[in-house]
Design a protein around this ligand. Structure first.
Ligand code: NAP
Ligand code: ZN
Length: 352
């Protein structure tokens, strides 16, 4: 008999959250039962839950920034023990055998990889995410949260942390390199912190100066209000790397102009509309326009260890979900760009 756990669920697009008893599968040999302590609210939860990307499957329990402790383990589990502090990010399964899985890039599994929520597992069951008190996940997709990080500040690292760490590392953020992070939200504020800890000279870019001082405290030594045309003009040819974390459409040409020759503009934001870019904006300076999708499991562990070493927890607001409407309200605040800088649900407050 599968057990149930209190969870928050969307019955349909546009409906408010309701508290439900969510079924979790019995532990398989390689499974871990996690008592979730905190679940971060990622903007992807909102794109999905409001069916902005299409293909949402209801009822839907979002959440792919999960931090908690191991409550039970299957008979063949070797990587974690009861009581361990652990996390789960955006993936809960992959084939383990294709070229991408063998290359530690499980997100590109050809089978394909199974998302933590709104995805069909290989058993045909729909996955349900971390807005819940418990989750069952194969040990291959469970990472260790270092003691130096609180579970609340660690939860957002499971998506916002890895999604910024991976491209910053890949494209060489480090000493002597100038990096701009566009959008100081959940991903963006971690991008600023991580790029600064990697040793890069970091510029935060936001719609206004409202987040300037806090971004400076996170490690940004310069700030640009993107609505300030003169400041945008003055910043032309300044950056080796721009990481765009904005959840809405941006004119790529405006940002390509800010790159030095051979510079890289990496998109991680996922608005619905196609990006538009003029070919001249790319060839003048051999610019690279690219994207990045979360990161593999081994790199997620590496990122958590890096964040622990540099004391880089997320800057969070904790959401009490005893009234599920508080999570709907938090979603509205995320969309308004009002959160400083990531909401995490205290899952113990979920009714049930
Ligand atoms: P978030 O917390 O809402 O942050 C997005 C930031 O974008 C806001 O804080 C705001 O920054 C800026 N922004 C919002 N609306 C804007 C607008 N209309 N014009 C200009 N700037 C605007 O979201 P998030 O959780 O960081 O996620 C950001 C995006 O990344 C989402 O689209 C999400 O789906 C995507 N994502 C991608 C991956 C991946 O693997 N590639 C993983 C996770 C998330 P300012 O207030 O500073 O201007
Ligand atoms: Zn996410």
């Amino acid at each position: 008999m599968p057990s149930t756990t209190p969870a928050l669920s969307l019955p349909s697009a546009g409906a408010p959250f309701e508290a439900i008893a969510l079924e979790r599968r019995d532990l398989r040999d390689d499974d871990i039962l996690i008592d979730i302590a905190y679940a971060g609210i990622c903007h992807s939860d909102i794109h999905t839950g409001r069916d902005e990307w299409g293909a949402a499957h209801y009822p839907l329990t979002p959440g792919h920034e999960i931090a908690g402790t191991v409550a039970a383990v299957g008979s063949a589990v070797t990587r974690h023990q009861v009581g361990d502090r652990v996390g789960v990010g955006c993936l809960v399964d992959s084939c383990g055998e294709c070229e991408s899985c063998k290359d530690a890039q499980e997100m590109f599994c050809t089978k394909p990889a199974v998302g933590t929520y709104n995805a069909q597992g290989y058993d045909g069951e729909w996955t349900a995410g971390g807005y819940a008190r418990q989750v069952v996940v194969s040990e291959r997709f469970v990472v260790r949260i270092p003691e130096a990080l609180g579970l609340d500040e660690a939860a957002p690292l499971l998506c916002a942390g890895i999604t910024t760490y991976s491209p910053l590392k890949r494209w060489g953020a480090g000493p002597g390199r100038t990096v701009a992070v566009v959008g100081v939200g959940g991903l963006g504020h971690m991008g600023v912190k991580i790029a600064a800890a990697m040793g890069a000279e970091v510029t935060s870019m936001s719609r206004s100066d409202a987040k300037k001082d806090e971004a400076a405290a996170m490690g940004a030594t310069h700030h640009i209000a993107t609505g300030d045309a003169a400041a945008m003009k003055a910043a032309r040819r300044s950056f080796d790397l721009i990481l765009n974390t904005v959840s809405a459409d941006l004119a790529m040409d405006d940002y390509l102009r800010l790159l030095k020759p051979n510079g890289v503009l990496c998109n991680v934001g996922l608005p619905v509309e196609p990006l538009s870019v003029t070919p001249f904006g790319l060839i003048g300076g051999n610019k690279v326009l690219t994207g990045s999708n979360i990161g593999g499991i081994a790199e997620t562990q590496e990122m958590l260890d890096f964040c622990a070493e540099h004391a880089l927890g997320a800057t969070i607001e904790t959401i009490d979900a005893s009234d599920p409407g508080a999570v709907d309200a938090a979603w509205d605040r995320v969309v308004a760009g009002d959160v400083r800088y990531r909401c995490v649900i205290d899952t113990a407050t979920i009714p049930g």
